[in-house]
Design a protein around this ligand. Structure first.
Ligand code: NAI
Length: 335
């Protein structure tokens, strides 16, 4: 099949070409750095499949243009599919595929990296030591052992985070509508978790129920000096409420790999330009905030798995009309 890859970076090309070669080169693939939207969708004219990433706009206007150009399959190089208009895809008779599990370890380990860096002030110590400043003032940390960690969303990634932190000697609390018997902690209600946790880590999907789950009211219930880590999706947090809570010192430490308006910022080198997003620019001023640009998934192991599953999704669709890992469409036609 002909596949047009949007938001393609050199590393995407490397891993997807490698996976296609390993499968015997069944597909003709072209790569475009541009993000998918209603305007750029024309690039895919004549391609049966397109491949999109987390900040591509797989909304109705883009899907309509893709459909009129002959595209039947949208392959996401991600597990999350909050950027896709599923009802529109169903109406147009298009299939949506995703990569449900490429490496939950990659994201879970990045979560722990953010947490440890913040708790021991590694991000500040790194800069200090390079300037010959070996003073310890301002770098005081705290032990993780014995602290209460609230895990919101105990699916693939949340479960691994919980296991790692249980190994550190933390007391683990979990909130998830689905209870996993393997979870190494105690399930609580949402409110109890907010009341009790010293550290809160977010691993739920973004959907209408989790949009701004962490808002002003939720923050008000948290312990003073709470640590929050978000490697799920930016809009699970109300960023303006978070900024206010950082200013009032209610939040002690904040680690983010995602941001609700990240589409215009992440995955690009903007180092020669002013930051136009004032809320994001404000976040960057806090010494107790550590931000990475949606790199939780970014390990060689995960990229290889994403590429292999993407090729397998297209190959299965070509032979059966259904991708290997279809996203369920509203009326269940996604298989
Ligand atoms: P998963 O589907 O295995 O687990 C999600 C869990 O959240 C499920 O157990 C589900 O029951 C639970 N959940 C649903 N609604 C909830 C609610 N209202 N409150 C609490 N829990 C709720 O997903 P997985 O693979 O563990 O991914 C988790 C998140 O990580 C997703 O948001 C995904 O988009 C994000 N992610 C981020 C990456 C990064 O690079 N930073 C890479 C991959 C995923």
């Amino acid at each position: 099949m002909r596949i047009v890859v949007f938001s393609a970076k050199p590393y995407d090309r490397q891993f997807i070409d490698q996976a296609n070669r390993a499968a015997g080169c069944p597909h003709q693939i072209s790569y475009h750095d541009v993000r998918l939207d209603a305007h750029s969708a024309v690039i895919a004219n004549g391609a049966e499949a397109i491949c999109a990433f987390v900040n591509d706009e797989v909304a109705r206007p883009a899907l309509t243009v893709l459909h009129s150009g002959g595209t039947q399959l949208v392959c996401l190089r991600s597990a999350g599919f909050n950027n896709v208009d599923l009802a529109a895809a169903e109406e147009l008779g298009m299939a949506i595929a995703r990569v449900p599990a490429y490496s939950p370890h990659a994201v879970a380990e990045h979560t722990i990296a953010l947490l440890l860096s913040l708790v021991r002030q590694i991000h500040r110590a790194y800069a200090r030591v390079r300037e010959g400043n070996f003073a310890l003032d301002g770098l005081l940390g705290f032990d993780l052992a014995g602290r209460k960690v609230g895990v919101i969303g105990t699916g693939q990634i949340g479960l691994i985070v919980a296991r790692i932190l249980a190994g550190f000697g933390c007391e683990i609390l979990g909130f998830d509508p689905v209870h996993d018997p393997r979870f190494p902690g105690r399930y609580t209600g949402f409110g109890e978790l907010l009341d009790q946790a010293d550290i809160i880590t977010l691993h739920c999907p973004l959907n209408p129920r989790t949009h701004h789950l962490i808002d002003e009211a939720a923050i008000a219930r948290m312990k003073p000096g709470v640590t929050i880590i978000n490697t799920s999706r930016g809009a699970v947090i109300d960023t303006r409420a978070i900024v206010a809570a950082l200013k009032s010192r209610k939040i002690g430490l904040l680690g983010l790999d995602v941001y609700e308006e990240e589409d215009d910022i992440f995955f690009e080198d903007l180092s020669s330009q002013p930051i136009m997003d004032d809320v994001f620019a404000r976040l960057l001023t806090f010494p107790n905030v550590l931000i990475t640009g949606h790199q939780g998934f970014f390990t060689a192991d995960a990229l290889q798995a994403i590429a292999e599953t993407t090729i397998a999704n297209v190959t299965a669709f070509e032979s059966t009309g259904v991708p290997l890992h279809a996203v369920d469409l509203p009326q269940g036609k996604g298989a």
